[in-house]
Design a binder for this molecule. Structure first.
Ligand code: 5GP
Length: 238
């Protein structure tokens, strides 16, 4: 397959067109950015480990019958994926209170709520990436109520599966962010990536942090922690 023009250069990934109209090549970068890119660094090897983690997880989601954009891994840092229009929203799922929700609710981080918390965020820098509700999303014309119902069911299934997968690896899935894409045929599928950059993960026994918070809060050992996540996921038996 031939790589053609650059479609978009993101913070963590670069997306290229290919000579197959419905397929893009996604290259995972070593660049890491946090706090809306106020903090940035190049972490050698991050692109490769995240590409391998996301590939493993997307393959497993596909095996569960959850449709994703993933087609194949074609290099250390590269995936072939279905071309989609990314819906400009972040879909956040929380099993344990942490991060912005701990601050919003003034609840101790680490508290386990009785229910799973679902949040929507509008991916719009000029608006300041605000939290929105389903009515805002429909009013913006970016999704319909019916599509949101389908996405909610996908989030529930992804969370149920990933919570178990990570638990088998001795890791607690605290929260995660998904992005969804719309295919030319109008199907909505899981897109972007699922990695320690987009999830909060901690060792189930020791509580050690294994995700991007290590970068956000200068804890060091970011790529070592990501490699440990990959090594443990690779050992999980189906
Ligand atoms: P929080 O809202 O607590 O900052 O983040 C909730 C979850 O979504 C965390 O797992 C976090 O890593 C992920 N997340 C939220 N916003 C972003 C973002 O802009 N980029 C990435 N990569 N992950 C995000």
């Amino acid at each position: 397959m031939k790589i053609e023009e650059l479609i978009i250069e993101g913070k963590d990934k670069t997306v290229y067109a290919t000579d197959a109209e419905d397929t893009v090549l996604i290259r995972f970068k070593d660049l890491t950015a946090a706090f809306h890119s106020i903090k940035k660094a190049v972490l050698n090897g991050k692109g490769a480990v995240n590409c391998q983690i996301s590939s493993l997880i997307f393959r497993k989601l596909e095996e569960q019958g959850i449709p994703t954009h993933y087609i194949a891994t074609v290099g250390d840092c590269e995936q072939l994926c279905e071309k989609v229009d990314i819906i400009p929203m972040q879909f956040i799922v929380r099993n344990v209170i942490a991060g912005s929700t701990a601050r919003l609710l003034n609840v101790e981080p680490g508290t386990k709520p009785s229910n799973v918390i679902y949040e929507l965020r509008y991916n719009n820098a000029a608006a300041g990436f605000p939290s929105i509700n389903q009515h805002h999303a429909v009013a913006l014309g970016i999704v319909t109520y019916e599509e949101l119902d389908g996405i909610k069911e996908t989030l529930r299934r992804v969370n149920e599966y990933l919570t178990g997968l990570f638990a088998s690896a001795g890791i607690t899935l605290v929260d995660f962010k998904l992005e969804m894409g719309r295919t030319p045929g109008g199907r909505i599928i899981v897109a972007d990536e699922i990695t320690p950059d987009t999830c909060r993960l901690c060792d189930s026994r020791t509580g050690e942090i294994m995700d991007k918070d290590r970068f956000r809060y200068d804890m060091g050992g970011v790529c070592d922690a990501y490699r440990e996540v990959l090594a443990r996921l690779e050992k999980v038996k189906d």
